[in-house]
Design a protein around this ligand. Structure first.
Ligand code: KIV
Ligand code: ZN
Length: 515
């Protein structure tokens, strides 16, 4: 069996999804989970893009020990320098440098000739290998590049010292047969190709990202790039969980394996979905809610007689648990902490006390506490703690079918001052959000509002996601509570707090740099 390296770019290409903005603790939480999933390479971000990106790549590189951490760089020295500063403390620093090679990109975006692109690529790879032990070079929009030119530039960057050559289908345009043929062509026309590892990076604009990635493997790729749940630019990237499971289930055909710990798939998918606010469609392969549901009578009958009649993947293989109800109001702190450990939720000893209190308060009101509930409250408490500028003290909403909905809100403000406001709206949420807007400076435009239950039952927790524009930033937030209005208020404040937190972080970084 050939070993295929898994290069995860959830925190870089995935974070480029519209409406996704992860803060530092969320990125660290995802990186930890990717390490548990056993991916080979984590692309932690684009260090030159912003001070926040730099700092999160640096922290992830310092944290992760069992995967190689990489960062993206354009073909300019300052990007490579920034990436080196961010990654040099990592267990295996690796650079991912790219330049566009297709005629469309050369002419309209870069305004460079084919020769100039080649010279730039060679010069940047030479510079990169003087700093990094491992350099991956990507030909952006490779699939719309003239093949003889692609082969020439690939040969030259290999001679300049690149270790991995990535052939991205940047715009999700290629079909599996054609993508396989590109890999085949390069293997036949690039004299030094045996010195490097070949990588596939597919986008899903035509719904072919996984099929294309598998075709690349059939034609010599030994690395596949993608994201959890397939999030990413536009229609997203290849979904890594689908790729890993496809290789596992069809290794008879592909004769290739990955190091992915398949049992961590469900947990990773749900963490990424929660923190990015991007729901997993019910019918999504491998991780969708319905992926293992058998609805038709004929199918149910078959599965009862013999599972394999209609089930090619077992839910257990990818870590779905059938019985997840574990704790209740009589559970002690020890049982609580043990279950968190079993769920892979990293909680420091000094955090356990306050988390246990939140759990107890909720367990008093809620009959059953499932693993989903536990994961949701722990993530919510842990990850929003550091950025509470405005904090919710109380809300009161009055609603009646023939009354004007009214909200009264009490908050603690940025300097711990008490803020009280009242307001109205056409509905309860509008009254609440109008009142919250009045409580703080600046205009806020709500762009999206979504509500979802955590688990089932009337007493299920409500998870609210909002997207809004505040102080010139597009921001998103999430809120969790047993009551939908409280969850809505929390999501709103979380989105505002994220902007204030990012601004404060930027200010601190500038001050650190100038002192
Ligand atoms: O899709 C793409 O071309 C990319 C490159 C930066 C590798 O993400
Ligand atoms: Zn991409």
């Amino acid at each position: 069996m050939r070993k295929i390296n898994i290069f995860d770019t959830t925190l870089r290409d995935g974070e480029q999804s519209a409406g996704v903005n992860l803060n530092m603790s969320e990125k660290l939480e995802i990186a930890r989970q990717l390490e548990r999933l056993n991916v080979d390479i984590i692309e932690a971000g684009f260090p030159a893009a912003s001070k926040g990106d730099f700092s999160s790549v640096q922290q992830i590189a310092g944290l992760i020990k069992n995967a190689s951490v990489t960062g993206l760089a354009r073909s300019v020295k300052s990007d490579i320098d920034a990436a080196w500063e961010a990654l040099k403390g990592g267990a295996e620093p690796r650079l991912h440098v790219f330049i566009a090679t297709s005629p469309i990109h050369r002419q309209y975006k870069l305004k460079l000739t084919a020769d100039e692109v080649k010279e730039t690529a060679v010069a940047t790879v030479k510079y990169a290998v003087s700093k990094f032990p491992i350099v991956q070079w990507s030909a952006e929009d490779a699939c719309r590049t003239e093949l003889p030119y692609l082969a020439e530039i690939v040969e030259e960057v290999i001679q300049a010292g690149a270790h991995v050559i990535n052939i991205p289908d940047t715009v999700g345009y290629i079909s599996p047969k054609e993508y396989g043929a590109i890999f085949q062509y390069l293997r036949e026309h690039v004299p030094s190709i045996h010195k490097v590892s070949l990588s596939a990076h597919c986008h899903d604009d035509l719904g072919m990202a996984i099929a294309n990635s598998l075709a690349a493997v059939e034609h010599g790729a030994t690395q596949v790039e993608g994201t959890i749940n397939g999030i990413g630019e536009r229609a997203g990237n290849a979904a890594l969980e689908e790729f890993a499971v496809a290789l596992q289930i069809r290794n008879d055909y592909y004769q290739a394996i990955t190091n992915i710990n398949l049992k961590e798939i469900s947990r990773t998918s749900s963490l990424v979905s929660k923190l990015t606010g991007m729901p997993v469609p019910a019918n999504k392969a491998v991780v969708g809610k319905n992926a293992f549901a058998h609805e038709s009578g004929i199918h149910q009958d078959g599965v009862l007689k013999e599972k394999t009649t209609y089930e090619i993947i077992s839910p257990e293989l990818v870590g779905f648990q059938t019985n997840s109800m574990v704790l209740g109001k009589h559970s002690g702190r020890h049982a609580f902490k043990t279950r968190l450990d079993e769920l892979g939720l990293t909680v420091h000893d000094d955090e356990v006390k306050s988390l246990f209190q939140v759990f107890k308060d909720l367990a008093d009101r809620k009959k059953e506490m499932t693993d989903d509930d536990l994961a949701a409250i722990v993530l919510e408490e842990k990850l929003s703690k550091e950025q509470r500028f405005y904090d919710l003290i109380s809300i009161q909403i009055q609603y009646g079918t023939n009354q004007v909905p009214t909200a009264t809100v009490t908050l603690s403000g940025c300097n711990n001052e008490l803020i009280q406001e009242a307001g109205t709206g056409a509905g309860s949420i509008e009254a609440l959000y109008n009142t919250l807007e009045k409580s703080m400076e600046g205009n806020i435009n709500l762009l999206d509002y979504r509500i979802q239950s955590v688990g089932a039952g009337r007493d299920a927790l409500a998870q609210v996601y909002v997207k809004m524009r505040y102080a010139g930033h597009e921001t998103s937030g999430r809120g969790l509570a047993q009551d939908v209005l409280e969850a809505s208020a929390k999501a709103y404040l979380n989105a505002v707090n994220r902007v204030l937190y990012t601004e404060e972080l930027q200010l601190k970084l500038v001050q650190q740099q100038s002192s």
